[in-house]
Design a protein around this ligand. Structure first.
Ligand SMILES: Cc1ncc(COP(=O)(O)O)c(C=O)c1O
Length: 408
């Protein structure tokens, strides 16, 4: 569609804040004008609650909400819109699976497998479920470069494993996982696979049917939408077999003093007033991504990532974590430390010169342990970032130690 400088103009927060370099895109992306406009238009022209009103505004809002469900299904190539449940985010989607599917299906002595790359959102729910059910939690290990150790899979993914929870892309190392192979292995032993696509969703086309994913979760705010909106995809027979996650309005069919019957999919899992604004924004975000095109997104991001790594490698005292087998297996996420400097100091110093990066354990403490560090700095890029920004960042990285009184 357009070149990177043109793309910048589509994001007010980027276009109108010259001088701020936003490198925290793995945490949340900025929103394009078209997304902001769609939400404002909807509220200005008459907001109403969905599903319950017979009057015009409510009917319109319901139609837009349900159209977004169809669009989201097409976006990830789900068979039908009923397989798309709107949630508050990836975290809620995964908790829904753990609470509903997990609690009803996992039994004492069963085995659950997670990788050591996981964000706490795809780790703690399974750990807690295993503790509650007296099930075992096993791990897919990583090598020192951060890649999953494939040779161990035959030892870990064996009969008795009922569920494998795995990310498509590490939020710390940017490394993508061989998700299709893991799903194949898991299915061969009868396990279902929960795919955390929170990081992958803004970088690559996801096809749930080609992957044969059982469940897949992502958040809208990481792909140019609003916070508080997420998606849970599930295979129809699995979602149908699962008990509701929350009770209340909108998810019922009929209520008497004695008992309640529940609405069919997907309403069964959408109790209470939905995040209508967030879903409308997701619709615009999907249109936006499709207009830019995956090819262009990948090209810009790979170019920026390769360039940044090259620049950072040339900077003394910078330690970069994770080393994927090839650049094609890395998203635009780079975690690093500067020798002798606490990551929080690095990010505060960079903030003083207008660069926003994140520091901390990135909600991945088991991974931090594997990397033998407490925390790291993370720079993550999106389609509106530029090589000039990376040049400035690399220059400022060189100065961090000097600001703290080191000779070099
Ligand atoms: C890989 C991964 N999984 C899950 C999450 C949780 O997403 P959310 O906070 O939007 O629920 C994140 C957020 O950073 C993530 O990077």
């Amino acid at each position: 569609m357009c070149e990177n400088s043109e793309i910048r103009k589509l994001f007010p927060a980027i276009a109108e804040n010259n001088g701020i370099i936003y490198f925290d895109n793995a945490a949340s992306t900025q929103k394009p004008e078209i997304v902001l406009q769609k939400v404002a238009e909807y509220n200005r022209s008459g907001h109403a609650n969905i599903h319950r009103g017979a009057y015009h505004w409510s009917v319109e809002a319901t139609a837009t909400y349900e159209m977004t469900r169809r669009k989201t299904a097409e976006f990830i190539n789900a068979e039908s819109p009923e397989q798309i449940v709107f949630t508050r985010g990836t975290t809620e989607s995964i908790n829904l699976i753990a609470s509903s599917y997990g609690r009803s299906q996992i039994k004492e002595g069963d085995r659950i497998v997670v990788s050591l790359l996981e964000h706490h959102s795809n780790f703690v729910p399974w750990q807690q479920l295993a503790l509650e059910k007296k099930a075992y939690l096993d791990f897919l290990n990583i090598d020192p470069a951060g890649n999953l150790i494939e040779s161990e899979w035959d030892r870990v993914i064996t009969p008795g494993v009922k569920l494998v929870a795995i990310t498509m892309m590490s939020n710390v190392l940017g490394i993508t996982t061989p998700i299709d192979k893991i799903i194949e292995k898991a299915h061969a032993v009868g396990a279902v696979v929960v795919v955390d696509a929170a990081q992958a969703i803004q970088h690559q086309k996801i096809d749930v049917r080609a992957l044969d994913a059982d469940f897949l979760a992502f958040s809208a705010h990481k792909c140019f939408g609003l916070t508080g909106t997420g998606v849970l995809y599930g295979k129809k027979e699995l979602l149908e077999s699962m008990p509701p996650y929350q009770f209340g309005g909108d998810m019922i069919e009929y209520v008497t003093k004695e008992k309640t019957t529940f609405a069919p999919l997907p309403e069964k899992f959408e109790a209470g007033t939905a995040n209508i604004d967030g879903v409308i924004a997701l619709s615009a975000a999907i249109d936006f991504i499709e207009e830019i095109g995956w090819g262009k997104i990948r090209e810009i991001e790979q170019d920026l990532t390769g360039y940044a790594i090259q620049k950072m490698k040339m900077t003394d005292h910078v330690i970069i974590y994770g080393n994927p087998a090839s650049m094609y297996e890395k998203g635009p996420v780079i975690s690093f430390n500067i020798e002798g400097v606490h990551p929080h100091d690095v990010s505060s110093i960079l903030d003083n010169v207008g660069i926003a990066v994140r520091s901390g354990h990135h909600c991945a403490q088991p991974l931090m342990k594997e990397l033998a560090i407490q925390s790291a700095v993370r720079a993550s890029f999106s389609i509106y970032n530029t090589k000039a920004e990376i040049d400035y960042f690399a220059e400022k990285l060189k100065e961090v130690r000097r600001w703290l009184g080191y000779g070099s």
